[in-house]
Design a protein around this ligand. Structure first.
Ligand SMILES: C[S@@+](CC[C@H](N)C(=O)[O-])C[C@H]1O[C@@H](n2cnc3c(N)ncnc32)[C@H](O)[C@@H]1O
Length: 296
């Protein structure tokens, strides 16, 4: 295949799509193939061709421009959860295309997985309060939906996020549930919990950390799992068919990790192999390392 800059037919295809207000569903496979085959040297010329939509008006452009200074802020994650589609005809088709990407579907799936896990924990718990810690809590949409669907809630949440804007947004969104939510604006690397938790959950955070920080955090937070409880840490799988488009158009780089790598981190953190396993959402794009704290 030729490249965006030196292949007039590819440039014409992109230009046609731009003139047409974005991709139609029958263009989706072609644009993905084109980006998957794009050599690094051609990334800039493709971005130039797509300049008019690489701004915060589209979800992918929001990622590219990083108005909050980093990728994966609460606002973009919330746009994915809410299936946000711009009302501006210049951008609408690009948002529709974005939600069709397997990685976006996997993010929605991981919210469902979190809700199921919270419901399960609530159902098996006795009447006393059960403590849950969420690291990198973002919009707190999974907890919000869980609470809406669970009138008999026994869980109390400590929610840690570095970004005060995320906390302000999540507080506003969850103002009906302040009695069971405790927010703290902290860096998870420096935060020291004051209690033990039945569940420690984190999604969309550890994939930004280098291996040594991943292991450090596993070790640190393991100490705060109550005996009989567990910690569940999400990470994008190396098998992510949307990786290249996230990197090329979203300038969104993550540490992708395999099941084996996640298990290896647990071993490096000194956690027995028998206490860990890896699960995933239905697409297998978001993996979750589960660590159980067993009685010694
Ligand atoms: C991709 S979002 C995921 C939000 C949420 N966990 C979810 O799955 O919906 C990542 C969140 O982690 C927060 N974050 C990033 N680095 C952090 C750190 N070092 N300590 C605490 N929060 C952090 C960001 O502000 C953001 O809200």
């Amino acid at each position: 295949m030729g490249t965006a800059a030196n292949n007039p037919s590819i440039a014409a295809f992109i230009q046609d799509m731009m003139n047409n207000g974005g991709p139609d569903p029958d263009n989706y496979d072609h644009i993905l193939e084109l980006i998957d085959d794009l050599p690094t040297s051609e990334i800039q010329s493709l971005r130039n061709l797509m300049g008019p939509i690489l701004n915060p008006g589209t979800i992918i452009g929001f990622s590219f421009c990083k108005p909050f200074g980093y990728n994966g802020d609460f606002f973009i994650i919330e746009k994915i959860y809410q299936h946000y589609i711009s009302s501006d005809p210049k951008y609408r088709k690009w948002d529709q295309f974005f939600h069709h990407l397997p990685a976006a579907i996997a993010v929605v799936n991981r919210k469902k997985l979190a809700i199921e896990m919270l419901k399960e924990l609530n159902a098996k718990s006795s009447d006393q309060t059960v403590n849950v810690l969420i690291l990198g809590s973002g919009p707190v949409t999974e907890v919000n939906e869980y609470l809406k669907e669970t009138p008999e809630n026994k869980l109390a949440f400590d929610l840690i996020d570095l970004d005060q804007r995320a906390i302000d947004y999540a507080k506003q969104k969850n103002k009906a549930y302040t009695h069971c939510l405790n927010f703290a604006q902290k860096n998870v690397i420096r935060f020291t919990p004051e209690k033990q938790y039945e569940l420690i959950w984190s999604a969309g955070l550890f994939d930004y950390f280098k291996d040594k920080h991943f292991v450090f955090l596993l070790k640190r937070y393991y100490d705060f799992i109550r005996t009989g409880g567990k910690m569940v840490i999400g990470n994008f799988n190396t098998e992510n068919p949307s990786r290249k488009i996230m990197e090329v158009l979203g300038d969104w780089f993550l540490y992708h990790r395999s099941e084996e790598e996640l298990q290896h981190f647990a071993e490096q953190a000194g956690i027995s192999k028998s206490a860990t396993n890896v699960i995933s959402e239905p697409l297998g794009i978001n993996l979750f390392l589960q660590v159980r704290k067993e009685s010694q």
